[in-house]
Design a protein around this ligand. Sequence first.
Ligand SMILES: C[S@@+](CC[C@H](N)C(=O)[O-])C[C@H]1O[C@@H](n2cnc3c(N)ncnc32)[C@H](O)[C@@H]1O
Length: 274
Amino acid sequence: MVTASEEYSFTSFSNLTFYTKVNERLLDLAEVGKQRKIVDLGCGTGGITKLILERLQSAKNTAIYAVDHSTTALKAAAEEIGDRKDVAINYVHSEVQNLTGSVKEKVDAIVYCNSIHYVPDKKELLGQIKNKLQPNGIFAFNTSFFEGSHPEDSLLFFRKWMMRSLRILKREHGMVPEKTAKVQSRVQLNADDYINLVEDAGFKVLVNDLNRVDVPHEGWHHISGFSDWIEGVMPGVPLDVGRRALQKGLAQTWDEMNLKTVPRVWLSVSAAKV
Ligand SMILES: C[S@@+](CC[C@H](N)C(=O)[O-])C[C@H]1O[C@@H](n2cnc3c(N)ncnc32)[C@H](O)[C@@H]1O
């Protein structure tokens, strides 16, 4: 039986060792774990929630709020994490933009992994994040969707992968992505834009880190099974068909280019409420 954590979710990607390391790095830089009350914004299927749980120094009086607008993702997170009697884990079904109303108390840290790029009005959200933090509270986020996340030496791979996948989609499935269905393109900010936004919202930036990460084949393979990715690169194409075309195109490109890994840059930022 396929559980909520499997079908087109982020789980298989989120559990990869390289991805765990990327997020461990953010949690290290932001010293997450010392705090008692932590929000995991855009928690998805709970990959980061689990990492936070491992770090809590004492379970006493601790609470985690895992916020996501996807009921499927929250269900998968609850399945992944299982019963925890020692820590209060609150699964909050909400748009992150409703943070003020959906999490009732002030918290010590807000962690936001690989999701900030989804939100169009980041300025407004950062205001809510700041208000939700205790004085000196920490806000930490990372993203690999920003202007500058694609190193030069990854561009040829992307071009070839997408061309092959689109060819497979056409030849084997008789389909082309719908131009009109294209997901409203997300404006990609650069690292400086992010830092300016965070500072303008009244935070003191503690860490501003650009980290080149070697993503293995399995990373690209599993991301090709994630609904948001498929919808982003093959708008209007049924998820099962998109996944098949992308994964087949990937395997061919990987062999042809004799690749071991393809790099991607992650931006990690940690900031304190001042
Ligand atoms: C790429 S996944 C990252 C999940 C998790 N943070 C991780 O790194 O494993 C992005 C998650 O953000 C959620 N999301 C996107 N936009 C959202 C919004 N406006 N409000 C709440 N959740 C959102 C999606 O449902 C998805 O679960």
